[in-house]
Ligand binder design. Structure first.
Ligand SMILES: C[S@@+](CC[C@H](N)C(=O)[O-])C[C@H]1O[C@@H](n2cnc3c(N)ncnc32)[C@H](O)[C@@H]1O
Length: 100
């Protein structure tokens, strides 16, 4: 991929997502502390759409720092989140480990 003519654009995109992940972690929009405290699962319309996910395996592409991914884990799915931002994935692992 490093030899691809797209490589500089991919690197620039990833760098801005790394930066955004750090900003989003502190934002009231994502409200990570509240999410950890409130044990929020998937939204009601999402549950209505997918039904009972207990025991199902879920692959979430572009998972950011995993709030939606982990919400499905709370609903009983076995989840895997993928993202190209190492900042987002490190935060997802931290959030998955629960409140400090
Ligand atoms: C808008 S955020 C996802 C938001 C998430 N669904 C949520 O509600 O929190 C987009 C995510 O896609 C990731 N992303 C963007 N382009 C990507 C690519 N080409 N490959 C993998 N991940 C990518 C970014 O790092 C970012 O975490």
């Amino acid at each position: 991929m490093a030899d691809s003519p797209d490589a500089p654009f991919i690197a620039a995109n990833q760098a801005q997502w790394d930066e955004r992940a750090a900003l989003h972690l502190e934002s009231t929009f994502y409200d990570v502390d509240g999410w950890l405290r409130n044990e929020r699962g998937p939204k009601s319309w999402e549950v209505q759409a997918l039904g009972d996910v207990t025991g199902l395996r879920l692959l979430h592409l572009q998972c950011h720092f995993g709030l939606d991914t982990l919400a499905w884990a709370r609903a009983g799915a076995t989840v895997t989140g993928l993202d190209f931002s190492p900042v987002a994935i490190a935060a997802a692992a931290d959030i998955a480990s629960g409140p400090d």
